[in-house]
Design a protein. Sequence first.
Length: 123
Amino acid sequence: MVSLFDEFGVMSTGASNNITDELNSYLDLLGKWMISWKIKVNTDKCQAVYFSLLRNIPDNPKLYRRAIPWRDSTKYLGVILDKRLTFKQHITNTTQKINAVKSILYPLIGRKSKLSLSNKLLL
């Protein structure tokens, strides 16, 4: 039996010059643990984000000896996290979703709708 994780995250903090070494040593241990417990991770879907104000990016972390690419942002548990933690992308994405739902509901709750006010409020 092989188990698959839907989403999980690994975080490492510290000085920028040590971050990749510590993260890679942890990912090596994690990879061995996953192999022993027959848990499979699709490394093609793995992403890494370097949260920092610095412009230099360290070497890519590796899982199963495969480099995990650095991204400017990633979606984790429904929240879009960007490398500067500004949440601009998340707010923009959420606003677009709200506007899409509003455009669908507008014919039902707009001024020209024949629904009663209590039904409009319910929607």
